[in-house]
Design a protein around this ligand. Structure first.
Ligand code: GLC
Length: 518
């Protein structure tokens, strides 16, 4: 691939690293494109769709886990970190995909899952088979308290975070019982992981998305949390829990960084870190740690000028902007659903893509897909046990045609697609100049022509956000009244058709516009 080329210089005239201003497209591999008709997306399917992604105008792809896995958590339960699950293809397919993506000038980031393995991982199998096996010390086994588990910790999915094994001891799993937590105090765990990173770097990947980057270190002595129900935990959102965001995780990330830095090219790691405050989140991106951390505070902010301005102002660089991913309800639906949700999502796209920094786009958001409403009997996600399943944002991509499976597969898609998505296929939206897809395509093209790393706030009436990134001006009206905004320069793009009155843009509620600043 052409690294450090003209295209990079065009994107980033300041000479900063590519990832600081990159738009990174998240491919949820299972649901992107199926090449062999088994109803599940795969690596050759992605390869076939690379021209679509190149044309869209993104800079890089993040692929969710495609490693061998029993799929208890759809790939986030890894049984072998150095191979590809037959469902998704072969290692040869991975190699070919990386190479071909690079030929399209698209970088590839893969998922690293260091907090836990699958219970089918050979280490855990050995740990179960013999309490004295060295593998047991790579996980967190403890004796219970009386008949109960060692402490009051609960799984993120449901129920206690401990499961008892036949010899009477308990193992920790912050997620599903099929995802035992590793013990990062054990140097063998660290060595193994750094070696796994090297394996994929050698294969040519440009970096990693580090899963549960806040979870690997547990407070000494594994103290009780003191409150139990997940619902209560939510009310303690600012609390530092004894198993999340412990200070010790940063030493692990420094180790990962050293591995990345030992490779040529600008390899990068992005933390999926849940930190209670933006300040604590910033610690994950100190210069000797990971390069980026997803800004979930931005994702969680309500559709309000004050709330979003607050997050934007308090986010530190290197900034990332994220609206959706495979773990949350799609933002068309979060912002109110229906016509309103879609209008807001279109405006949010212009807001997000104008903010200086790096932006993540979750597959299907460029089509304006809403959360799919799936009947209980087809839901598959382990988190559904908590009444909070994630299947609705993981429904396969609608590519073409007028009925499911909309070109996703020649078989039956693993989750059903709503028949109403016939108007939201890539084919249908490509043909409609006013579609969300064409909005993203235009926005990504214009964004590239206006690179910037700094944000300058401009004057605007209450309920609006008005700012500039370099030569690009952006105004968003999040209020409930039409707003007039001074904009000196030609209009470049708007989320809905809008009027001008002299030097003012007339922005109805829930619209956004970009102009070229003079
Ligand atoms: C991350 C993933 C999520 C997974 C969890 C456990 O939060 O994004 O999908 O369930 O980690 O690995």
């Amino acid at each position: 691939m052409t690294r450090g080329t003209e295209r990079d210089a065009e994107r980033d005239p300041t000479g900063e690293s590519w990832w600081r201003s990159a738009v990174i497209y998240q491919v949820y591999v299972r649901s992107f494109a199926d090449s062999d008709g088994d109803g599940v997306g795969d690596l050759p399917g992605i390869r076939e769709r690379l021209p679509y992604l190149a044309e869209l105008g993104v800079d890089a792809l993040w692929l969710t886990p495609f490693y061998p896995s029993p799929m208890a958590d759809f790939g986030y339960d890894v049984a072998d970190h150095r191979d590809v699950d037959p469902l998704f293809g072969t290692l040869e397919d991975a190699r070919a995909l990386i190479k071909e993506a690079h030929a399209h000038d698209l970088r590839i980031i893969v998922d690293a899952v260091p907090n836990h393995t699958s219970d089918r991982h050979p280490w855990f199998q050995a740990a179960l088979a013999d309490p004295a096996a060295p593998e047991r010390a790579r996980y967190i086994f403890r004796e219970g308290r009386g008949d109960g588990p060692p402490n009051d910790w609960e799984s993120v999915f449901d129920g206690p975070a401990w499961t008892r094994v036949p010899d009477g001891s308990w193992y920790l799993h912050l997620f599903d019982p099929a995802q035992p937590d590793l013990d990062w105090e054990n140097p063998e765990v660290r060595e193994e992981f750094e070696d796994v990173l090297r394996f994929w770097l050698d294969l040519g990947v440009d970096g990693f998305r580090v899963d549960v980057a806040h979870g690997m270190v547990k407070a000494p002595g594994l103290p009780d949390v003191g409150f139990t129900a997940q619902s209560e935990k939510r009310r303690h959102e600012d609390a530092v829990l004894p198993y999340f965001d412990q200070d010790g995780v940063h030493e692990i990330h420094r180790g990962f960084r050293r591995v990345l830095d030992s490779y040529e090219g600008d390899r990068v790691a992005v933390a999926e870190a849940q930190a209670p405050t933006l300040e604590r989140l910033a610690a994950y991106t100190r210069p000797d740690e990971l390069h980026q951390a997803f800004n979930f505070h931005y994702l969680k902010a309500p559709w309000s000028a004050a709330a979003l301005r607050d997050v934007v102002e308090n986010s530190t660089t290197p900034a990332t902007w994220v609206l959706s991913n495979h773990d949350v309800r799609r933002h068309v639906t979060r912002y109110g659903g229906g016509e309103t949700g879609l209008r807001r999502a279109r405006a949010a796209a212009l807001l997000t893509l104008a903010l200086p920094g790096s932006a993540y786009v979750y597959q299907g958001e460029e089509l304006g897909l809403p959360e799919a409403d799936l009947p209980e009997e087809v839901q598959r996600d382990p988190r559904r046990k908590r009444g909070d399943g994630r299947d609705g944002c993981r429904v396969p991509m609608p590519w073409e045609g007028t009925e499911p499976p909309f070109g996703f597969t020649s078989g039956r898609s693993w989750l059903p697609q709503p028949p109403g998505w016939r108007d939201l296929t890539v084919e249908a939206e490509s043909a409609d100049p006013g579609s969300v897809l064409n909005l993203y395509r235009q926005a990504l093209r214009i964004r590239r022509a206006h690179p910037a790393l700094d944000l300058e706030w401009l004057q605007g009436p209450p309920g609006t956000l008005v700012f500039a990134r370099g030569t690009l001006g952006c105004a968003v009206n999040l209020g409930d009244r039409t707003a007039r905004i001074a904009a000196y320069g030609p209009l470049l793009l708007s989320s809905e058709p809008i009027d001008r009155e002299g030097d003012c843009l007339v922005l109805p509620p829930d619209t956004a516009a970009w102009w070229h600043r003079h």
